[in-house]
Design a protein around this ligand. Structure first.
Ligand code: PLP
Length: 234
């Protein structure tokens, strides 16, 4: 994509975050913009980095590892946000700072034991299947607390909060409904685990970012509105 376009898009998303925070009385500094760069060439990430973007989210492990290699001269914070087979967990444990899609104990245990001891614990979000959709990953809300109780014990992980991808809804108030439920689940966990640094709600994409921010998002995951529409056949 054209350099000017990526930079303009990044600025526009940044302005939307500020406007939205002003409208809902939040501090924009509480919100991390995660640039979702799946299917994008490494040069697009380099352009965004030069414009100040530091957090990038990738869904496909092999693709992510290739970009990490190509961009190893940059100080990027890498977030894994895709589904992960447990036999691929080692590369995530070794090469990422964040993992947003933990939804079962087995993968958490593997990530913890594979996390190199010389690195800080891997930041984890538990993915919640907030709308109970058959097609989506994520733990059911009623099973979340039990999973969290086990995950907080794992030394290689730092449980930072929750992530969800709600079903598509039209209109900001309909979009807020699942985000508000995710925020309330996090609130309950914070009460049960007051000593943990559980401050993260990874929610909101290009189409529902404003609704997510209004409900307390601290990481918004934005792909299309930064890098343009994805073309999977390319
Ligand atoms: C692709 C993806 C996004 C970004 O979605 P856009 O609609 O392009 O902003 C965010 N989160 C996850 C988990 C994704 O897979």
């Amino acid at each position: 994509m054209r350099k000017e376009t990526i930079v303009e898009n990044l600025n526009a998303v940044g302005e939307r975050i500020v406007t939205c925070c002003n409208n809902c009385d939040r501090n924009p500094a509480e919100i991390t913009l995660l640039a979702v760069s799946k299917t994008r060439p490494a040069e697009d990430l380099r352009i965004a980095y030069a414009a100040g973007q530091r957090h990038f989210g990738e869904n496909y492990l092999q693709e992510a590892l290739e970009k990490q290699e190509a961009l190893s001269d940059l100080d990027i914070h890498w977030h894994f946000i895709g589904p992960l087979q447990s036999n691929k967990s080692r590369a995530v444990a070794e090469r990422f700072q964040w993992m947003h899609t933990v939804d079962r104990l087995k993968i958490a245990q593997r990530l913890s034991s594979q996390r190199p001891k010389n690195l800080d614990p891997l930041n984890i979000c538990l993915q919640v299947n907030i709308d109970g959709e058959q097609s989506k990953s994520g733990i059911a809300p009623q099973d979340l607390a039990a999973l969290a109780r086990e995950v907080v014990k794992l030394p290689g992980l730092s449980l930072r909060g929750l992530m969800a991808i709600p079903a598509e809804r039209q209109g900001i108030s309909a979009q807020q409904e699942p985000f508000a439920r995710l925020a309330s689940l996090l609130q309950h966990l914070r009460e049960e685990f007051p000593s943990e640094t559980m401050d993260t709600l990874s929610m909101g994409m290009s189409g529902d970012m404003e609704a997510a921010i209004a409900c307390g998002a601290t990481i918004v995951r934005i792909g299309t509105d930064i890098f343009g529409a994805r073309n999977y056949s390319a």
